[in-house]
Design a protein around this ligand. Structure first.
Ligand SMILES: *[C@@H]1O[C@H](CO)[C@@H](O)[C@H](O)[C@H]1NC(C)=O
Ligand SMILES: *[C@@H]1O[C@H](CO)[C@@H](O)[C@H](O)[C@H]1NC(C)=O
Ligand SMILES: *[C@@H]1O[C@H](CO)[C@@H](O)[C@H](O)[C@H]1NC(C)=O
Ligand SMILES: *[C@@H]1O[C@H](CO)[C@@H](O)[C@H](O)[C@H]1NC(C)=O
Length: 500
């Protein structure tokens, strides 16, 4: 189990906030909600309720609700864009945000980073976010799989072990959402965005097309007569794509000034030990990539933990080191940021539960689910490479943006430079032949970038964009640490503008 701890710390909070039992009223009357039945699947329906600025402080229209699939209920929160679309006929863009984990609630990203409103300093309300990501696009947050955040299972139902089912649910949810509930998004474009592990969840590595993105692409192709989910791109922030390269990047992040620090974090004694241990960590990790048996992958994780990772991550806790920003303190265990506890407090208020009309089956909101994390931990899902998922999407002409806060260690830029260069696909040679160049935001150098635009399908002129962008002075949570730069980056990506 030890071998899993570093991932566990990375992805799932486990702190025990004193849980106040919220006032749970009788089942909310369905009249509060509008119910939409899927035109494609008899098992899927969406119940949706309008909210107002007293819940999340923003001038735009907002709605919350659940996708109901039998005993599973997936929670969502949806916001309109601040700017109306250019003309009455144009389809409105939509961005889906998924927080990492597995097992982390998307409410974290919403209220701590990029939502239209952010948690206030007391944890009893929200403040308008000037840099919310819904300036040019509508924004949708989903808690998944069931068992995470406000998503729940009927009593007695087991936590989903097979995440493939969840990918199918997310696809059906989006299909209904853009065709029946908000048809103004019917032609998209849709961008799926998130952090760490997020964009790949739900996922089961048993099957290459098991992430939500890949599921969408394959279902669109399989059922051309059904409503299509207009997925155009992925924007992945500090993604947990290649554990091997992330471990390798620990040395550069901690033993050089490359992340943008004045002096290396570690002294040469520690750096020498890590350097000596790295070749074996790489060797066993490569074996896991080639033979992804859980026993081999968990061994790889253990070798890398004890030889490399533990020196820093073993000292990460309240008052210790922060894995998400090598220059920042760690205020609370696991997630390090005090805001996380405030979010949990706010979402557990009686007034919040009653506005959302949370049903009896859910008595407490938690920002992270241990049960879901453990279900993933029992597989090899956390140690293997996700590059095959990305190459599948690129081959399907889905644009991919990889953005990286440079002060992050957990999913470090040094490792991301390595895997983006090593990923085998048609654009690889051109991508590696290019140099990173500074990109400007607000009149200042924001970081480095490079990109390629590659024709992926013979006979089809369409070019698929693969961009790599770094952000200086930012840790893992880029919209939290560099809000103006992060919004500028997103809007450029949505508009198809170059970074240099
Ligand atoms: C919330 O509801 C519970 C249960 O009814 C009650 O004990 C508690 O005082 C309420 N809290 C607030 C802040 O109103
Ligand atoms: C939040 O708490 C602060 C400090 O206790 C208080 O001044 C403020 O009125 C509270 N706001 C709400 C909306 O309850
Ligand atoms: C190097 O850092 C470690 C951990 O902070 C410390 O225990 C050790 O004494 C340091 N060594 C030197 C030579 O400063
Ligand atoms: C906003 O919604 C809450 C319930 O969620 C309600 O009590 C309040 O009256 C609403 N405010 C406005 C201005 O509609």
């Amino acid at each position: 189990m030890k071998s899993l701890i570093w991932i566990q710390a990375l992805l799932v909070p486990a702190f025990g906030i004193t849980s106040q039992t919220p006032l749970v009223q009788d089942e909310p009357t369905l009249s509060d909600f509008t119910v939409h039945q899927s035109s494609v699947s008899p098992d899927h329906s969406i119940r949706i309720k309008r909210q107002n600025a007293s819940l999340c402080n923003t001038p735009v229209d907002q709605y919350t609700g659940w996708l109901d699939v039998g005993a599973k209920h997936l929670f969502f929160w949806y916001f309109k864009a601040e700017k109306p679309p250019p003309s009455d006929t144009a389809s409105e863009p939509l961005a889906l945000w998924l927080t990492g984990g597995p097992g982390g609630s998307s409410m974290l990203g919403m209220l701590q980073e990029l939502g239209p409103c952010l948690i206030n300093a007391h944890g009893n309300g929200t403040v308008y976010n000037e840099y919310g990501w819904n300036k040019e696009t509508a924004l949708l947050f989903v808690d998944q799989p069931a068992g995470v955040g406000f998503s729940y299972l009927d009593e007695g139902e087991p936590v989903p072990g097979d995440s493939f089912t969840t990918a199918a649910d997310v696809h059906l949810f989006l299909q209904m959402f853009v065709s029946q509930v908000f048809p103004e998004h019917g032609d998209g474009p849709l961008v799926i965005t998130g952090e760490s592990y997020a964009v790949f969840v739900p996922l089961s590595r048993k099957d290459i097309i098991s992430s939500a993105g890949a599921r969408i692409v394959s279902q669109n192709a399989l059922h051309p007569n059904q409503p299509q989910v207009p997925l155009k791109s992925l924007a992945i922030g500090n993604g947990y794509v290649s554990p091997l390269d992330t471990a390798y990047g620990y040395w550069e992040t901690l033993c050089t000034t490359n992340p943008g620090v004045e002096a290396p974090v570690f002294n040469s004694t520690r750096c020498d030990i890590m350097a000596a241990n790295l070749p074996r960590c790489m060797d066993v990790s490569r074996t896991c990539y080639e033979h992804p048996d859980p026993a081999i992958c968990q061994a790889a994780s253990a070798v890398c933990w004890f030889g490399v990772i533990e020196f820093y991550d073993g000292e990460s806790y309240a008052g210790g080191r922060n894995r998400f920003d090598i220059t920042a303190p760690c205020d609370i265990d696991n997630y390090c940021y005090a805001n996380t506890a405030l979010i949990q407090k706010y979402l557990n208020l009686n007034s919040t539960f009653s506005a959302l009309a949370v049903p009896k089956a859910l008595t407490h909101f938690s920002v992270g689910s241990d049960a879901v994390m453990n279900a993933f931990g029992a597989t090899n899902d956390l140690e293997i490479s996700l590059m095959p998922q990305l190459t599948y999407l690129l081959a399907s002409q889905i644009d991919v943006l990889i953005y990286q806060g440079n002060l992050d260690l957990a999913c470090n830029t040094a490792g991301a430079k390595r895997w983006t260069s090593n990923m085998a696909w048609k654009g690889q040679a051109e991508f590696t032949s290019r140099d990173l160049k500074p990109w400007m935001s607000g009149g200042e150098v924001a970081g480095m970038s490079k990109e390629v635009n590659v024709q992926m399908v013979e006979g089809d002129e369409k070019r698929t964009r693969f961009a790599f962008v770094t952000i200086d002075g930012s840790g893992h949570m880029v919209p939290q640490d560099q809000p103006a730069v992060a919004l500028d980056m997103l809007d450029r990506w949505l508009a198809g503008k170059a970074f240099d």
